[in-house]
Design a protein around this ligand. Structure first.
Ligand code: ZN
Length: 391
């Protein structure tokens, strides 16, 4: 009787469940990732100069959420934006890989309830991340860092995680003969991942964390978000976080941080702060983008601003819209403070993936920038910033 129940009911149920689970595991995240590719309908205009210049540039991008996704990093995929073959094809030298640990269902740029259901919990279960990461934001951060370390060790020296000025100097040296080698800096989108503990921030630093946004879409224990319910300043705990992060040499990223907290941070931080991915309100007015005033304050303190590739950042859907935003930004704060901040793989739609970065170079040439200024915007500014401010 027992065997009958087993073979007739339990076994088929288990098989069905496994099929559904495998389907969810293998298909659902890919469906989400496929939605991120915009239509690449760039007219190939006659500015050859950009395409000739691009192979000789040090190209850097300040923001990609690739670590969120289970993707074969060493194969060229036809979905999502970033993998190693496409990075090498795009001649990208340096990428900040950003850790995301929480994304509430109500996520929007105006007012996000941080307590609403978290989508990363579902993603971590569906993608079979370690069980500890299903329940802990900090464990999710550790998991994503270990994923990057794993990529590094499997990359046959084509990828290097950069933690110090010395690493970056060595990397630049190495890249002069390993032409398509890729450098990676670890960033964090939202200090909720330290779960209210300075000690956990120190652990993340020891694991390689070098760039930290204090908030993501919602207010947390550290500060108010630009898209939060209160949009407040730094909390008392937040001020302690700032002090310790400064001592360690972690660079602050004000993307998603409230205007109030951003100005407080600029006041308090002993080092320049950056914005890894944004648009400018003066060019594209919405709550996601930087005010002219804040952009100027970031530049005045020596920071850099990465211009995003998606529609809410640029109010457009083409590479020309990206370069129009760059133009607005360089006119506002000067060419030494502007860089690229694609937000690749951040559930955004981008006109290009990372393999087609040369179209940005070409658009910059088309917009009339000098070779020297193109080199700065495409990555020179990011390289020089980290040469100066990494520990
Ligand atoms: Zn973001």
């Amino acid at each position: 009787m027992k065997t009958k129940i087993l073979t007739k009911i339990i076994l088929p149920c288990l098989i069905l469940l496994s099929i559904v689970a495998a389907g969810v595991h293998f298909i659902a995240p890919v469906v989400v990732q496929k939605k991120m590719m915009g239509e690449f309908n760039q007219e190939l205009f006659s500015v050859k100069k950009g395409f000739e210049l691009h192979p000789n540039l040090f190209v850097a991008d300040m923001h990609a959420d690739t670590l969120l996704w289970e993707r074969e990093f060493f194969s060229k995929n036809d979905y999502g934006h970033v993998d190693l073959p496409r990075m090498m094809e795009g001649n990208v030298a340096l990428q900040i890989f950003t850790i995301v640990t929480k994304a509430p269902k109500s996520m929007n740029i105006h007012k996000t309830d941080g307590e609403s259901m978290d989508r990363i919990t579902a993603l971590s279960i569906v993608q079979l991340w370690p069980i500890s990461s299903w329940f802990s934001l900090f464990s999710r951060a550790i998991h994503q860092i270990s994923k990057l370390k794993n990529w590094q060790s499997r990359s046959k020296d084509n990828m290097m995680i950069i933690k110090t000025k010395r690493d970056l100097k060595d990397f630049i040296e190495l890249r002069s003969f390993r032409k398509r080698m890729v450098g990676a800096i670890i960033g964090l989108e939202g200090a909720h991942a330290i779960e209210g503990s300075i000690k956990k921030m120190e652990i993340l630093f020891n694991e390689g964390l070098r760039v930290m946004g204090l908030t993501h879409f919602f207010d947390n224990k550290v500060a108010g978000s630009a898209h939060g319910e209160d949009k407040g300043g730094l909390t008392d705990f937040g001020k302690k976080v700032v002090k310790r992060a400064n001592e360690l040499g972690i660079i602050f990223d004000v993307s998603h941080l409230s205007e109030k907290a951003s100005f407080e941070l600029l006041e308090l931080s002993t080092r320049p702060v950056i914005n890894t991915h944004t648009g400018l309100r003066g060019k594209c007015k919405n709550d996601r983008n930087l005010s002219d005033e804040l952009a100027k304050a970031i530049a005045a303190k020596g920071g850099i601003i990465g211009i995003g590739f998606w529609d809410i950042a640029t109010c457009g859907t083409t590479t020309r819209a990206i370069v129009d935003t760059i133009k607005y930004a360089t006119d506002l704060v000067g060419v030494d403070h502007i860089a690229l901040g694609s937000d690749f793989d951040g559930t955004i739609v981008s006109p290009i993936d990372i393999s087609k970065m040369e179209t940005i170079t070409s658009e910059l040439a088309h917009a009339g920038y000098s070779d020297e200024d193109i080199a700065k915007i495409m990555g020179g500014n990011v390289r020089d910033f980290f040469l100066k401010y990494l520990p």
